[in-house]
Design a binder for this molecule. Sequence first.
Ligand SMILES: C[S@@+](CC[C@H](N)C(=O)[O-])C[C@H]1O[C@@H](n2cnc3c(N)ncnc32)[C@H](O)[C@@H]1O
Length: 212
Amino acid sequence: MEQTHELEKYILAHIDEEDSVLKELERETFLRVLHPRMLSGHAQGTILTMISQMVCPNRILEIGTYTGYSAICLAKGLADGGLLHTIEINDELETMAHSYFVKAGIQHQVRQHIGDARSIIPSLDEPFELVFIDGDKREYASYLDLVIDRVPSGGILIADNILWSGKVVEALDAKDEQTQGILAFNQKIKDDPRVSQTILPFRDGLMLIRKK
Ligand SMILES: C[S@@+](CC[C@H](N)C(=O)[O-])C[C@H]1O[C@@H](n2cnc3c(N)ncnc32)[C@H](O)[C@@H]1O
């Protein structure tokens, strides 16, 4: 346990520094917003930025804006003139997220959508070279069905929380719909011949999926 903590500190000391806007956003989220642990945080944020910079997408789709932390990290990799569409069902988070998009100077690169991703995705008529799935765990498989045909060959999807605090390997509680949702998604990816995938066992587990 002690060594894990030391390693976390070591990792944070040797990756890119968190910029001041992201630091402020993280602090305000922990002070003012319910369930602040949902925020990606610094180490995961650098992974999202790095992947986005490698893909250099024209269009990014994010499902689950929350307070905007991961959106800011992902937007750092957008191609010139690129756009990030981010969807959030909780309208109480819209103003705070927007204020940080302005502070980060990316408001012109972000389209915020408020509502259920399952009804909004069909209205977004664009190809997405990068998709970040981080909404309701019970709906991951539906998000996949809605976006997969929009992702061009070589496009990347990232799904967060796919180890779900280790519950994916524990005895399943029949009432636990979130774990069931994650298990169904992971199996659906495994069985889908259109994609290849790997898992980063980092934090709560990130699935990296590449459309063939
Ligand atoms: C884990 S948080 C997202 C964290 C954020 N991506 C980050 O890393 O900072 C999940 C968010 O998804 C939102 N959400 C849940 N179901 C949704 C849906 N059907 N459509 C859009 N957003 C949804 C929740 O309200 C919550 O804010």
